[in-house]
Ligand binder design. Structure first.
Ligand code: ADP
Length: 254
């Protein structure tokens, strides 16, 4: 039997203008539950504006953001959001940083702490629970930031260039790590990057954007099989998709 896919998130003609700048032209997009969708485009093409609108931090000039069929436009608290800058609290331990988002909304319970320890152990942070962020590498810090996002139990995770500041080797390790967590937890991920390889390595689908005005120029299915690893980077389908995305980013027609 073919599994029935469900739309988790819909953007319906969502747009945003700042002064004379069309940050995001009216955009429609549907994201399937459990999918991993990469959004790739150069700086200034409206990627972060789109995320801020989805997160409810920014009110669009028009259109609706719909989650599981219900409008959530300009309201917060419906998604997990993670940025390139890890925003860990330096005077809190790893365990306390993981429960930080919960602490902002209610009292942290023993159950919350137990969950933080469980996910930390499961995903390679177990030895660091009592450490402070300054003692961690960049990759480890991003793992903590991601765990903090994960324990909010939001189904939709918005990840805005989370590995952008990491070196190439750490980045690849983090990508493989993220795919493992994604597979285990069944969350839906929207992932911003300007790294074409990263967008292909991770995703089921690639949304390509271009600036002035910020808009979606292509929405491509990713045919690469999972699980993925270093071998994926050498497959003919990978190279073909990379050529396609690079062409689009250099102004070729979809
Ligand atoms: P990206 O995330 O793809 O780099 P952004 O969404 O940050 O792009 O920005 C899209 C465009 O909107 C850019 O030209 C940027 O300068 C402009 N912009 C973004 N936020 C604001 C703001 N708060 N005020 C004015 N212009 C903005």
């Amino acid at each position: 039997m073919v599994p029935v896919s469900t739309t988790l998130l819909e953007l319906r003609e969502v747009g945003k203008v700042f002064g004379d700048t069309v940050a995001l032209a009216p955009t429609s997009l549907a994201i399937e539950e459990g999918s991993f969708v990469a959004i790739v485009g150069p700086s200034g093409c409206g990627k972060s504006t789109m995320f801020n609108v989805i997160a409810g931090l920014l009110r669009p000039d028009g259109g609706d953001v719909v989650l599981r069929g219900a409008p959530i436009t300009a309201s917060t608290g419906h998604v997990g959001y993670m940025l390139q800058k890890d925003l860990l609290v330096p005077w809190r331990t790893v365990e306390d940083n993981i429960t930080m988002a919960t602490r902002l909304t209610r009292r942290v319970t023993d159950e919350d702490r137990a969950e933080a320890r469980r996910v930390a152990h499961q995903y390679g942070l177990g030895e660091f629970l009592r450490h402070y962020p300054s003692a961690l590498s960049g990759g480890m810090r991003q793992r903590v930031a991601f765990m903090r996002t994960l324990v909010t139990h939001q189904e939709l995770l918005l990840l805005d260039e989370p590995f952008g500041a990491l070196d190439a080797q750490t980045r690849l390790e983090m990508q493989e790590w993220l795919l493992r967590v994604w597979k285990d937890t069944g969350r839906t991920v929207l992932f911003i990057t300007h790294d074409v390889d990263e967008s292909i390595f991770l995703s089921d689908r690639i949304v390509v954007m271009s600036p002035r005005p910020g808009r979606v120029v292509a929405d491509l299915a990713n045919p690469l099989a999972r699980p993925r690893g270093i071998h994926t980077l050498l497959e003919p389908d990978f190279i073909a998709l990379k050529a396609k995305v690079l062409g689009l980013l250099h102004g070729e027609e979809a």
